[in-house]
Design a protein around this ligand. Structure first.
Ligand code: KIV
Ligand code: ZN
Length: 519
């Protein structure tokens, strides 16, 4: 059996479908580029049938990413499979992932289908998918709660029909390490045709066992792990990519298995996902949490000074963290910035470098010391924040404890279509005044669900990162803005939301025009 374990990343499908984690097409493409550079073998880019936006995002990723297999999910019916097939068609390496539920509960209450009908549907689905690509993956949804002899029959039929990968999902996060290891041992040795397919584990974290179960599945013979960055996914999430890959690497002495993951990029991809979705990882989260490599207690620090290995099983550098040192100042040039960005795991195009460099110079003028975290925030801001149609020309805010004059914001904006608008609003607080003023100038009005600001580094001149979440009647949106000025960061984050809403509206308008022109 091969010692290579394929990493199938489902951040953009199972992860993205979880409430609070949705991404637009541009954000998905940026994440897909980062995941490809991270070295995942397969990117599950979305569920093409779910919406025209999902279809377009999968197609765009399939057009652009050439080093990684691009996959779309489909139920075993023809419209799903055709949408998936068309969406991944431009990919250099494409995969269609078809699934149908096999457990008694799902057969009886969800599908209302007999055992034979489910097998029949699976075979038809695989056959249709094979018309689009020879790389077809089959998943037996809720496999863990499926009768073993029936699961054997389903997987044998799927392999005979031509599926190259057989995925055994623990859809409800119910299994245990001992049980899943035993199941994979059974499947990989007792199934006829097992040598023609790769067996895959897809574990959910409802009992906090997703990573342990995926590792146990690998011990049982699985050679593909389905996982997501920061462990995002349905309910409690999926197996965390960073945890499972670092476990395989750190305990190579035990597993003797390899992945293609360039672990030095883990920190960067994790931060990018947190920024894009507005969901910070918990401080104590394994591998990518802020405390994961912090040694606070005196006893630990004493041991670490004597020999790092006393308390450190992985080095921070292994995941791309470097000590937060003062590195650049206002006299530093483009080459130094590019070099530092590369050390932090970011590859910048010439245009991106130019734009980050301009922001960096502005920052270096206002801030005495520029740290790695500042540079990360600038790069992520460049990669993530919106680029119009609206931009801020000027912002002036007055605030204070004077009871006769309430806080007031005066803002001037420019729109890509050439409009210039300027206005003022007073409110009970300066941030509120900024938000009301931006609403009035752009003609938007929505419900503010959450607003938060955090400082990127320490010190009174630290950069602030603001996060805004709003909801309209139909959807919720997230926006981000950064600046050494907290109020400006808040304004940028709020305008980021407005820009996302306007860009989405114009995309929908364009799609409708295209459809109308075709009829
Ligand atoms: O959890 C699950 O069963 C899934 C399948 C669609 C693979 O996500
Ligand atoms: Zn899942």
């Amino acid at each position: 059996m091969t010692s290579h374990v394929k990493i199938f990343d489902t951040t953009l499908r199972d992860g993205e479908q979880a409430p609070g984690f949705s991404m637009d097409g541009g954000q998905k493409l940026r994440m897909a580029r980062a995941l490809s550079e991270l070295g995942v073998d397969i990117i599950e880019a979305g569920f093409a049938i779910a919406s025209p936006g999902d279809f377009a995002a999968v197609q765009k990723i399939a057009q652009e990413i050439t080093d990684t297999t691009i996959c779309s999910l489909a139920r075993c019916n023809s419209s799903d499979i055709r949408a998936a097939g068309e969406a991944v068609a431009p990919a250099k390496h494409s995969r269609i992932h078809v699934f149908i539920a096999t457990s008694p509960l799902h057969r009886e209450f969800k599908l209302k289908m007999s055992k034979n009908e489910v097998i029949d549907r699976a075979i038809k689905g695989i056959n249709l998918a094979l018309e689009y690509t020879d790389d077809v993956e089959f998943s037996a949804e809720d496999a863990i709660r499926t009768e073993r002899d029936y699961l054997k029959a389903v997987t044998e039929a799927a392999i005979a029909a031509g599926a190259r990968t057989i995925n055994i999902p623990d859809t409800v996060g119910y299994t245990t390490p001992e049980e899943i290891q035993n199941l994979f041992q059974f499947l990989t040795t007792e199934i006829s045709g097992a040598d023609k397919a790769i067996f895959s584990a897809h574990c959910h974290d409802d009992l906090g066992l997703a990573v342990a179960n995926s590792l146990a599945a690998v011990r049982g013979g699985a050679r593909q792990i389905e996982c997501a960055m920061n462990g995002i996914g349905e309910r409690a999430g999926n197996c965390a990519l960073e945890e499972v890959t670092m476990a395989l690497r750190t305990r190579h002495d035990f597993y003797h298995l390899e992945t293609r993951i360039n672990t030095k990029r883990i920190n960067m991809v994790s931060k990018m996902l947190a920024s894009i979705t507005g969901n910070a990882v918990a401080r104590n989260k394994a591998i990518v949490g802020k405390n994961a490599f912090a040694h606070e207690s005196g006893i630990h620090q004493h041991g670490m000074l004597a020999n790092r290995e006393t308390y450190e099983i992985m080095k921070p550098e292994d995941i791309g963290l470097s000590p937060d040192t003062l590195i650049l100042g206002k006299h530093s040039g483009r080459a130094a910035l590019k070099h530092r960005a590369e050390k932090l795991g970011f590859t910048l195009s010439d245009n991106q470098l130019q734009s980050v460099f301009v922001d960096f110079k502005t920052l270096a003028d206002t801030k005495r010391e520029v740290f790695d975290a500042d540079i990360e925030a600038l790069i992520l801001g460049e990669a993530i924040s919106s680029t119009g149609p609206w931009s801020i020309d000027s912002l002036y805010v007055s605030a204070g404890s004077n009871e006769s004059a309430s806080p007031e914001a005066t803002i001037s904006l420019t729109h890509d279509d050439g409009r210039n608008v300027k206005g003022s609003k007073a409110a009970s607080g300066p941030v509120n005044a900024v938000f009301l003023c931006l609403n009035a100038l752009t003609g938007h009005d929505f419900h503010l669900d959450n607003f938060s600001v955090r400082s990127v580094t320490e010190g009174e001149d630290a950069m602030a990162e603001a996060d805004v979440r709003v909801s309209t009647k139909f959807e919720s949106y997230h926006g981000r803005g950064a600046s050494t000025d907290t109020i400006l960061a808040a304004a940028r984050a709020y305008l980021d939301v407005i820009n996302r809403i306007e860009r989405q509206a114009s995309r929908i308008g364009n799609d409708q025009q295209k459809i109308a022109a075709q009829h």
